[in-house]
Design a protein around this ligand. Structure first.
Ligand code: A3P
Length: 294
């Protein structure tokens, strides 16, 4: 696939899940991916804090050495497993030459994760974010990341999101299925809202999950370096080094707002009521609880 076909391409279907056609083309290699036992998988539904957690993990892996964490762009330091874009090295390619221990990013739902991760018993960290902020963030991301089709109006996008007709499918299934998985696997489940409210205990949780105990001073350093303001101006973290035909930050910056509750600036009263009703229905079989504000 060339650049012309890639930009604003309609989504295809991968085992019933809407996904970018360029990713679907590369799927056989993704499915056959060989995980290593010391791989750490960062897993999220899109727009839930993936980049934030990735930067936190790279800081922990590099003992808080900021210069080392600026050695390359975040999408090279933490390769995106199923990513495949014309004229750029894909996730599989980047991971093949990467020394261990690797940090690996994915947005795949439980049932599509390459089985090697389970065979190798890899640790997984999942971050979930409340769906109202996710859908707003996703709407702006659809505009700036040219791999997406046109999002349409906010109303249209909201309806598509609720119906699971966006890239990576249903948010509801994604968060619920990964939540269930934590009962049988080595999986740490975090919430964006907790990280936002106070990142310190969440950073410690992550470190402990990796078998480390961090001194307070190091936690402080990590929290500072991975704050929204710092990451927004850090070209190794803010995606600004990608070419404009992939992401156009003039349409909307990747580091957009980084807050909880921005949905209140976008949802109408009617949309909010409709969303709440649908949310309740979709989540009634789960003990998962999301905070829409903090
Ligand atoms: P907004 O669009 O609401 O601002 P992902 O990395 O999963 O694609 O998620 C992107 C979202 O996380 C964006 O949300 C982005 O601004 C936000 N984000 C990125 N880094 C952050 C940080 N350090 N603190 C808080 N939010 C952050």
């Amino acid at each position: 696939m060339g650049r012309e076909d890639f930009v604003r391409q309609e989504l295809g279907m991968l085992h019933g899940m809407p996904l970018y056609k360029s990713f679907i083309e590369a799927w056989p290699q993704v499915e056959a991916f060989q995980a290593r036992p010391d791989d750490l998988l960062i897993c999220t539904y899109p727009k839930s804090g993936t980049t934030w957690l990735s930067e936190i993990l790279d800081m922990i892996y590099n003992d808080g050495n900021v210069e080392k964490c600026k050695r390359d762009a975040i999408f090279k330091r933490v390769p995106f497993l199923e990513m495949s874009v014309p004229d750029m090295p894909g996730g599989i390619e980047l991971l093949a030459t990467m020394p261990s221990p690797r940090l690996v990013k994915t947005h795949l739902p439980v049932q599509l994760l390459p089985k090697s991760f389970w065979e190798q018993d890899c640790k997984v960290i999942y971050v979930a974010r409340n769906p109202k902020d996710v859908v707003v963030s996703y709407y702006y991301f659809y505009q700036m990341a040219k791999i997406h089709p046109d999002p349409g109006t906010k109303e249209e996008f909201l309806q598509n999101f609720m119906a699971g007709k966006v890239a990576y499918g249903s948010w509801y299934s994604h968060v619920k299925d990964w939540w269930e998985k934590r009962k049988e696997k080595r999986l740490l489940y975090l919430f964006y809202e907790d990280m936002k409210q106070d990142p310190r205990p969440e950073v410690q949780k992550v470190a402990r999950f990796l078998g480390k105990e961090l001194p307070e001073s190091l936690v402080e350093k990590i929290v500072h370096h991975t704050s929204f303001q710092e990451m927004k101006k850090n070209s190794a973290a803010n995606y600004e080094t990608l070419p404009e035909w992939v992401m156009d930050h003039n349409l909307s910056p990747f580091m957009r707002k980084g807050i909880t509750g921005d949905w209140k600036n976008h949802f109408t009263v009617a949309q909010n009521e409709r969303f709440n009703k649908h949310y309740k229905e979709q989540m009634k079989d789960s003990e998962l609880c999301f905070r829409m504000e903090i």
